[in-house]
Design a protein around this ligand. Sequence first.
Ligand SMILES: Cc1ncc(COP(=O)(O)O)c(C=O)c1O
Length: 457
Amino acid sequence: MAAVHESVLDAIGGTPLVRLARLGAGIAAPIYAKVEFLNIGGSVKDRAALSMVLAAERDGLLKPGGTIIEATSGNTGIGLALVGRQRGYRVIAGVADKASAEKSDILRAYGAEVVLAPTAVPAEDPRHLFNVVQRLAEEIPGAWLANQYDNLANPDAHIRTTGPEIWAQTGGRVTHFVAGVGTGGTVTGTGSYLKEASGGAVTVVGADPEASTYGGGDGSPWYVESIGHYLHPDTVEDRQPQALRAEVIDSYERIPDRESLLTVRRLSREEGLLAGPSSGTAVAAALRVARRLGPDDLVVVVLPDSGRSYLSKVHSDAWMREWGFLEEGSTLRTLLDAAGPLVTVDADATVGEAVELLRDAPGGVAPVVLKRAARPYGVAAAEVAGSASREVLAAALAEGAAKPGDPLGALVGPALPTVGVGQSPDEARAVLGEAHGAVLVLVDGRVAGVLAREVLR
Ligand SMILES: Cc1ncc(COP(=O)(O)O)c(C=O)c1O
């Protein structure tokens, strides 16, 4: 029988482990999911929020009438709103503007105030989410910035609760622990507890989006919210969170976005577990790990939050097609193959260099993209800064409005509209409208090619 609690705060933690029997079929090592979306606020972050607020009260950083401020993908904000409001504080959540709208709505419902700010700008940019919340914390009297990335009460929550729960629930049989890495609190706290309890026998695996820098990616954008480490090419100093202790992680599994997203869709359909995309990355990693193990091993994987916050994203077929993650029966794929190699123009190119590049571009247009040293994963849609047109540049040169050595600057046009490779030519024509001569076609959220208006007829 379920417990009776005098406060919702006592109902944080104590989540079940559920065997992934269908996804794990044919794999000798059992895989158990730690269902963290069954926490009272809906995510693993309830644990960190409670731990951080109690520590701040204990350390005198948070006093009656105080304000809790945090930059959060949503879940930490929900945890802080839930805990903070219960304990009588004002709560302000700074949310990344790319996070799903549902997350902000939930925060407001719990009584938090929401401030939206970008994260896809250099870390030094005053508009960057972290700088926005930092300023608020300095301006508001009695404000306390929870700072989950550097707050050691975050991993400590998992040393005291998540780790011991998993050890007890598996009767000490757990051999491998797999979790996504955002602040690193979950993997560091749970991992270090399990290593200590097992005398060093438990292997800890970080599940990381392929492009994230944690596991060795280039830090370009990816499509799984709340995990991984992004790096804007103009960021000067890249800081690692103090909540993450790198030595606790034995290895990383680097998971491409498509594998993460398709795995979380299988998790709801085949296991009855409606989870968010970071659970897809974690389960995809757990499946890879478990395939290499035997029947005496036991893998535990964390499902951090529920799929209810992502019904208009990963759990929507339309969204999956728009970003090029689903493509059955695609006709755009055939057109794309015929269009020739993708041409892109770096945002810091000169007019002369752009004209040269545009010589072979379909439709005489190409996306202008944020410059990176190398592009092992292609250009993510979020890295497209605009478009360059052969016609516009040639006219500017002919009229003397620009010289070949000038930066592209003012001659960069609006970004071309995008379609997913799984959408139809009709849909591509619809997004094209009257204003554009071409569309960008996305495969796995990355620009795979440009289709000119003419070839879509
Ligand atoms: C959905 C989701 N997955 C994974 C994580 C990563 O957890 P941690 O910050 O403990 O590394 C978070 C953290 O915000 C999250 O919200």
